[in-house]
Design a protein around this ligand. Sequence first.
Ligand SMILES: CC(=O)N[C@@H](CC(=O)O)C(=O)O
Ligand SMILES: [Zn+2]
Length: 313
Amino acid sequence: MSSFNSIVSLEEARRVAIFGGTHGNEMSGVTLVNLWVKNGAEIQRKGVETKPFITNPKAVEKCARYVDTDLNRAFTPENLSAPQGDNQPYEVQRAQEINGIFGPKGSPDAYDVIFDLHNTTSNMGCTLILESSKDHFNLQMMNYIKKAIAPSSCLVLLNEHPLLKYSTSRSIAKHPVGLEVGPQPQGVLRSNIFEAMRVILKHALDFIELFNEGMEFPSCTVEVFRVLERIDYPRDANGNIIAMVHPNLQDCDWEPLNPGDPMFQTFDGKTIRFQGSGTVYPTFINEAAYYEKQQAFVTTRRESLVASSIRKV
Ligand SMILES: CC(=O)N[C@@H](CC(=O)O)C(=O)O
Ligand SMILES: [Zn+2]
């Protein structure tokens, strides 16, 4: 489809939203968005209207991930088209409201870009999460951010998996971007994590401004980590967890895991090893919010994607 010498013409990205508090206990996004609601000077760019928005205010108030159900799984076609009513879970009602303001999902009226700010308890550093390998605007944005923050680094997690992909809050935008920074405990603010998130967003908004001004971004390649598989904790017949993440794997997000490498450690000290067929790159290792989702970590594969040259129409 795309080649190195064809230029893709894209609409300007005039309407941009920054979501915080999609999970009410992930404090960097909650705090930054609250700050920018009070004073948005920092996120203003020429030719761009940027709206900071707390997506799950009830969860923020309780400092909980969610009240009834995970808002970042709630933007399904079924939920968004369900009849409105108070008998729906709070987050489903909220998803409908948000879709009304920033969507409708999949329509020309939807916001151009939505950044959704998250924190993880995993040692992932700065991670940008994409949902499509064919979104050349987002791929160019990733390339821009990676170059701008060097020698610091940020990695790109691509979740395009037919079964593991979920219906995120940001998915109502034409160009959805997740920003996941860790490690930070739930309900806690750490200055290094807060500042790292802020810097990524600054560069992301700079990119949008330059694009809207007519700058052409030449074709490039972007390294991404593609979601492959969800790995659960070992369990007994009653479903109770019988092992922890192995100390050799704990905090080693993005480092290669090879067949035979230690993966879990049982409570009586036995090592359970990885039995894959080749090298994978685990991430979201021991994320607190994923115990309820039966996920100890996710495996990924490293890939190089080609971003076409882009400029505005
Ligand atoms: C720890 C956490 O909440 N992570 C996010 C990742 C994402 O935004 O795609 C989630 O599961 O919704
Ligand atoms: Zn989150």
